[in-house]
Write a protein that binds this ligand. Sequence first.
Ligand SMILES: O=C(O)CNC(=O)[C@H](CS)NC(=O)CCC(=O)C(=O)O
Length: 273
Amino acid sequence: MTSQPDPKDNLQVIEALLEQLPAARPQLVVLPEACLCFGAGDKRQRELAELFQQGSMQQRLSELAAQHNIYLLAGTVPIIDQANQQKFSAASLLYGPDGQCLARYNKIHLFDVDVADSTKTYRESSWTEAGQEVVTVNTEFGVLGLAVCYDVRFAELFRALRDAGADVIALPSAFTKVTGAAHWHVLTRARAIEQQCALVAGAQVGVHANGRETYGHAVVIDAWGKLLSTCDGEQSPCLSTASVDLSKLDTIRKNIPVAKHFASSKKVIHESS
Ligand SMILES: O=C(O)CNC(=O)[C@H](CS)NC(=O)CCC(=O)C(=O)O
């Protein structure tokens, strides 16, 4: 998606995309990071921010999941907590086929990074409260682990998701065009291979209202690291769909038992003074 500042416009795009879904169920749909509001500045996002389980954006997402009988992962919705009125969480929300909100993950690693693009300095922590909890959730198709965008650079988080039982990882993203071109495909495939989990990433693409440029290339990757489907990074909006055979997980994990080997290995860190 090339999300715009107004949630109404983005919801229209999402509604049209959902009309094109394949028939298979159960089905997981992973929207991009900041799918409902992008490029509007942090003040606008703060205005739009809703209390968890209250508000019209969350209501509409819940209705769409139920209407289409899908698991709908809404990549980061700004969620404000009663106790902290200054900053909002970049919350990934999972709705089940009955419209119930099944999980909330607050983005842990915030993008306080300098990039050689026209935006130059990104300081996500100045408006976002960092999450602290590793979140997994049971679904009909297996255990889903949640991560967001910049989190993909932290292999340790993905190790923790696998330890918590994850079979599939959802990664709503808005990678910059510059860092995406250099790192996106390698990072997403590496995380899937390392943890032997399927990975589904939604992505923002194109030029947004504030001039920011994002990389796109939404991907579906299986637990062997095979790229099953991607958008080409040109077209927007674009649906990248694949059917993932999760019965292969057991064989992959049995044949190359990395999680077991990691747990049983002796690791000593030598410090020389
Ligand atoms: O701010 C918003 O409205 C939505 N959020 C984002 O666009 C976030 C934080 S600025 N972007 C990333 O995490 C890019 C990561 C990235 O590009 C990398 O790791 O290289």
